[in-house]
Design a protein around this ligand. Structure first.
Ligand code: TTP
Length: 393
């Protein structure tokens, strides 16, 4: 069965991180976000992956190429993000026979994707506490009888988890009309499939939809924890590594560094001397974490430097960021309330008591900058020496 993986979205809610790298290429554990869905489909027996790309497609093509794990990879281009059904529709010429559709920004339980493929037609479902904000599935006699988007009175707590194994016939139903929000939605295709076929609900144990920056942190917490300890890089005899720590070949850990997993240190990265890195943390390629720097539960993208006397907690730093000496991130409010963050102009709760900052590519902070919880710095922003930065810029 072919698997269509949707990776054409603009990732507006995760900005500024998706400004130059499309969201599906942001790192989660040891690979880009979209590679988790692709690999789950391959492990479940997909015989071809069709990636739907659009926004910032080049890095996606470069990473996946024409084959992954022995399975051919092809591409369909969605030039405008007109919705998930539209995205599958642009891949139509690649499809014959039954086909699967997965979201490139979701982390699925791989065993469930296997069951999805075996039990087709099928849809993945997850039990949630707040079904009213999802597509809610009703079941009857073990098959899905209905899907209702964001119902005010949900009939079940089974949410649509955005993974489908469709029968061949569904290709004829991709051309659905636009929904109220003006998008052509895959759930309308599913509704038609439910009318004509017995669709099995495949329940997921866990599932994550990565839409906002703190969800990237949470995705990394999950996936870094699954890595096995491996030390291929150059680690000083006086460094202390505890738990699941991966030091890739070409990475260096200098004397006096203390690293508590889960931590992944990618090739070209340097830690120490005398640095403290606590999980779950991902230090991307060529990242530099220097003397007397503490990093905790954070993702630092490639080429970023936090070189002297700094604290970074529960934060995501983009590519080629430079934190001046003594830059400190606050990740907890005095009133203990959940930290808020600006998503598409609205200040919303992250649902996290501890959340630091989200910093775009190329940001430079002046020495001794203090950054407050939930702060968002756009690409190339700067701060002054000694500045207390409380407002996004
Ligand atoms: P969304 O999460 O709805 O969109 P997005 O990823 O662009 O993020 P944001 O809302 O922050 O802007 O998309 C769900 C999945 O479908 C995701 O993997 C992207 C993909 N998608 C497309 O490929 N084409 C589309 O037209 C849309 C709307 C989504």
């Amino acid at each position: 069965m072919k698997a269509v993986v949707l990776a054409a979205g603009k990732g507006t809610r995760i900005r500024p991180l998706s400004e130059t790298v499309p969201k599906p290429m942001l790192p989660v554990g040891d690979r880009p976000l979209a590679a988790h869905a692709v690999d789950a489909a391959i492990d479940a027996g997909a015989d071809e992956i069709v990636l739907v790309v659009g926004y910032e497609a080049d890095p996606v093509r470069e990473f996946f190429g024409s084959e992954r794990g022995g399975v051919p990879v092809s591409y369909a281009v969605q030039s405008e993000q007109n919705g998930t059904a539209d995205a599958v529709n642009v891949a139509r010429s690649h499809l014959e026979g039954p086909f699967a559709v997965l979201n490139g920004d979701n982390l699925y339980d791989p065993a469930a994707i296997e069951r999805l493929f075996e039990q087709r037609p099928a849809v993945c479902a997850i039990e949630v506490d707040d079904p009213a904000s999802y597509g809610v599935l009703s079941t009857d006699d073990g098959t899905v009888s209905r899907i209702v988007e964001k119902p005010t009175e949900p009939s079940t707590n089974l949410a649509n988890a955005g993974a489908y194994a469709f029968p061949a016939k569904a290709v004829e139903w991709l051309d659905v009309s636009a929904s109220e929000r003006g998008e052509h939605e895959i759930t309308d295709v599913l509704a038609r499939v439910i009318e004509e076929f017995a669709v099995t609900p495949v329940t997921l144990e866990r599932w994550m939809d990565v839409g906002r920056p703190w969800e990237l942190l949470e995705a990394n917490e999950l996936k870094l924890d699954e890595l096995d300890r491996r030390v291929d890089g150059d680690v000083s005899g006086s460094a202390h590594l505890e738990g699941n720590v991966v030091v890739e070949s070409g990475a260096t850990v200098k004397p006096g560094a203390v690293i508590e997993g889960p931590v992944l240190i990618r090739s070209g990265a340097t830690v120490g001397p005398n640095a403290y890195v606590r999980g779950a943390t991902l230090l991307g390629e060529d990242v530099s974490v220097g003397n007397a720097v503490e990093i905790k539960n954070s993702v630092l993208l490639a080429g970023t430097s936090v070189s002297h006397l700094s604290y970074v907690g529960d934060s995501v730093l983009g590519r080629n960021v430079n934190f001046g000496a003594g830059t400190t991130v606050a990740n907890l409010r005095h009133d203990d309330a959940d930290v808020k963050y600006t998503v598409k102009g609205d200040r919303i709760s992250t649902g996290r008591r501890k959340f630091g900052v989200v910093v775009g590519d190329g940001v430079k902070t002046g020495i001794n900058s203090s950054l407050t919880p939930g702060l968002r710095l756009e690409n190339e922003a700067t701060t002054d020496p000694g500045e207390v930065v409380e407002r996004d810029r």
